[in-house]
Design a protein around this ligand. Structure first.
Ligand SMILES: [Zn+2]
Length: 117
């Protein structure tokens, strides 16, 4: 029976998880970590103590709002960074973008600028 396999799985109960949109198999688990990013110029930056959603199957990562703001600060210093935003936040930004008749990118920039001011 499949049930036996599931018993060995470590499930965090306190955090809500959602299905991984990349592989469709695993679940995203939120972990707080010091996240090191390497930009296009091979410079390393550590963002301390941010929440990162990681897929327990394929390892794909999503960043929440806090991380997005911090990454934006780093980007302003001339680095090119690509990041994935978690789907819940993505939906909120998409709705907001539609409302303001902006593109998704424009809305992200607008939101980040407003937050940073
Ligand atoms: Zn996955």
């Amino acid at each position: 029976m499949k049930k036996l396999k599931q018993q060995g799985k470590i499930v965090k109960k306190n955090k809500k998880t959602y299905k991984c949109p990349f592989c469709g198999q695993g679940h995203m688990v939120t972990k707080t970590m010091d996240y090191e990013i390497v930009d296009t110029l091979n410079r390393k930056t550590v963002i301390p103590n941010i929440e990162v959603d990681t897929c327990d199957a394929c390892g794909e990562r999503f960043f929440g709002y806090e991380a997005a703001v911090k990454l934006e600060e780093i980007k302003k210093k001339g680095s090119l960074i690509t990041l994935y935003i978690n789907p819940e936040l993505q939906k909120r930004i998409k709705n907001s973008a539609d409302k303001h008749e902006r593109s998704f990118e424009e809305e992200v920039n607008h939101l980040l600028e407003t937050t940073l001011l």
